[in-house]
Design a protein around this ligand. Structure first.
Ligand code: ADP
Ligand code: MG
Length: 339
């Protein structure tokens, strides 16, 4: 993995709030490598959120638009192994020469350099050399620089010379768009309700989302069945996914109903009784707080209420939390049930 994989591009990277800064900084660097103040560019985020995709896209873009520039992509593990071999074989100077000749150096997952002092020393010299010549350096890490324990301070301080941008877990809209793009790429058609079902159910990272899509397509072709929500449910059941802390709207409704000693049906009912209205507003408040559901869809779960009613409920509970001690306590207690 010293080389670029042409499958990663900006075109097939879906933009969302979760990745906007990293993507646009990456694109700016791709258009003007070594010229922007984003040098080095450091992109960090949890596994499976698209770090490798973005930095590979930058490399590919530069390759295509600036054929005279030498772009090198390397994982930090590979870099470390090469360094160790160079030490063993007494070829350290050709190792460093090789890296010092590039125009763009992409080094992935720098957290792996942690504790490897000699590798870091050499990387430090390569970094300085390239930076002085105005060459572009791009890095990724699974955590922000300040949390990179085991990396030398002199390296960390240089990482801060440029721009650091993070990647967050994709929001629902972005997940739906990613699934659609993936299916389009595979030339597969799947109903929107299945896409939404999968997007709601898998909220951790893009790699897992892609894994589910791939199993779904495999299942469908093995069983020669159509891909429907039923099949999606079965597929998901067979895949162990580390789910995020998102809480389902059913759990919220059940818990709130239990707490107030009413029924879920009451929450969904048209009743305007005070003993029902208040719990309903509390449940709506939590639905807004703890799920990714759009207001419209929350309204549907609460017996087909429109989205202005939902907004009103959220507002009134938010205000009551501030002004009414007993409401504050109730919300606090319910929160502890959810955690
Ligand atoms: P990381 O390096 O952060 O662990 P990757 O870059 O390997 O994550 O991404 C995991 C998978 O998810 C890859 O197949 C990648 O193409 C895909 N992916 C991640 N983010 C996006 C996105 N915003 N749009 C499209 N595909 C994405
Ligand atoms: Mg990666």
């Amino acid at each position: 993995d010293t080389y670029l994989n042409p499958n990663y591009s900006f075109d097939n990277f879906i933009e969302g709030d979760c990745n906007r800064l990293a993507r646009s900084a990456g694109f700016a660097v791709a258009q003007r490598p070594g010229v922007t103040s984003f040098n080095p560019l450091m992109i960090y985020g949890d596994v499976g959120l698209g770090k490798t995709h973005i930095v590979q896209a930058i490399g590919n873009y530069i390759n295509n638009h600036f054929p005279e520039k030498v772009v090198l992509y390397v994982s930090s593990e590979k870099f470390t192994n090469q360094f160790i071999n160079a030490l063993k074989n007494n070829t350290l100077s050709s190792f460093t020469d090789f890296y010092m000749k590039v125009d763009v150096l992409v080094i992935d997952d720098v957290q792996f350099l942690s504790g490897k002092e000699k590798t870091q020393d050499t990387f430090f010299h390569i970094f300085n050399h390239l930076h002085q010549l105005g060459k572009q350096i791009i890095m990724t890490s699974d955590r922000p620089p300040r949390e990179l324990d085991g990396l030398q301070d002199r390296l960390l301080s240089r990482f801060k010379w440029g721009l650091t941008a993070d990647l967050q877990a994709p929001d629902l809209e972005t997940r739906i768009a990613i699934i659609q793009k993936k299916l389009q790429h595979e030339g597969v058609f799947i109903d929107n309700d299945v896409i939404e079902y999968v997007a709601y159910s898998v909220s951790t990272n893009v790699r897992e989302l892609e894994g589910v899509i791939i199993s779904l397509m495999a299942q469908a072709s093995l069983t020669r069945k159509e891909i429907d929500v039923e099949l999606a449910k079965n597929t998901l059941r067979n895949i162990v996914i580390e789910q995020s802390r998102e809480i389902s709207i059913d759990t919220i409704m059940e818990t709130v109903a239990d707490y107030f000693k009413i029924s879920v049906a009451d929450l969904k009912s048209k009743s305007r009784k005070k003993e029902i209205v208040y719990p309903r507003q509390v449940a709506v408040y939590f639905a807004k707080e703890y799920t990714d559901l759009p207001l419209k869809s929350i309204g549907v779960h609460f017996g087909g209420r429109d989205h202005s009613t939902i907004i009103h409920s959220v507002q009134s509970i938010t205000e009551l939390i501030e002004t009414d001690r007993s409401v504050e306590e109730t919300v606090h207690k319910l929160k502890s049930y959810f955690r």
